[in-house]
Design a protein around this ligand. Structure first.
Ligand code: 23J
Ligand code: MN
Length: 262
């Protein structure tokens, strides 16, 4: 069968619903949880604002439209390599220059939601990934890898989502060793259902924020605040994570789409 035949079949399967488009994004709005940096860093990303321009009124009798105040790293979003100092020199490391061919790829969904429920500081190790690969199959070159923590079920409440106390945020994430291992496998990127790609306590790791540091150093991508990973199979879905084409952008909110066979 030719690629054109297969694409035609894909079209028919989308129309019939045999391939479902699963929404892996959360809602963007004033209540969307946002990262809070330690107070030694003065600037945080601003709260999202949605301002009405008009809604069939004297400012626009026949039309409704809004304008937004929105940080690049807000809600379900994409981290481009230029976001981190280790990835600053890639010409194709910005939202407007990265390769779109890379961002639509098979996705490996590592379900450690039970472990994350039992321990909010759960860290994914190489042993966890190796056990997952033995059960579900090898992670391949160019693929996405996402940690299913079911943290999206907390996203309605910023305090619950950030899960911070006097010792900082307590949310699951990867060890540096896992990120190195996945980079070695050639993955396109790593995704989390928490506020960022790194664990809450990742500032104290070596290197600090290993997902950010290592992924972007190797021109790989990050995805944060992913939703509905509980609706994806361990293997077999296609994830499309397309950032807005922001000029020199370091990241962007995304509408993350997963194509899933039903
Ligand atoms: C800025 C500084 C530190 C971090 C982040 C942003 C993120 O997690 C992000 O949204 O990329 S850790
Ligand atoms: Mn980010």
């Amino acid at each position: 069968m030719t690629a054109a035949d297969m694409l035609g079949q894909l079209g028919q399967m989308l129309l019939s619903g045999r391939i479902e488009v699963v929404d892996c994004s959360g809602t963007l709005g004033p209540d969307t949880p946002l990262l809070k940096l330690p107070p030694d860093f003065a600037k945080d990303t601003p709260k999202i604002e949605i301002h009405r321009i008009s809604e069939y009124d004297q400012d626009g009798p026949f039309w409704a439209w809004n304008w937004l105040k929105l940080g690049e790293h807000s809600g379900t979003h994409f981290d481009a390599p230029h976001h981190w100092i280790t990835g600053k020199d890639y010409p194709d490391g910005f939202t407007d220059t990265l390769s779109l061919q890379r961002i639509a790829a098979p996705v490996n969904v590592l379900d450690f939601s039970k472990e994350c429920a039992a321990d909010p500081d759960f860290l994914l190790t190489i042993d966890h990934v190796n056990a997952w690969e033995t059960e579900h199959g090898a992670i391949g070159t160019g693929e996405w890898v996402v940690l299913r923590s079911d943290w999206d079920k907390r996203a309605h409440d910023e305090e619950l989502f950030l899960n911070a106390n006097e010792t900082g945020p307590h949310t699951p994430g990867p060890t540096a060793e896992v990120i190195d291992y996945l980079i070695g496998k050639g993955v396109v990127g790593w995704g989390s259902q928490c506020i960022g790609t790194d664990a809450g306590q990742a500032g104290g790791m070596n290197p600090p924020f290993p997902a950010h540091n290592l992924l972007h150093k190797h021109n790989r991508f990050g995805l944060a605040s992913l939703a509905n990973l509980d609706r994806l199979p361990a293997k077999g879905a296609i994830l499309i994570a397309a950032p807005l084409k922001i000029k020199n952008g370091t990241g962007s909110p995304i509408r993350a789409l997963a194509l899933v066979a039903r």
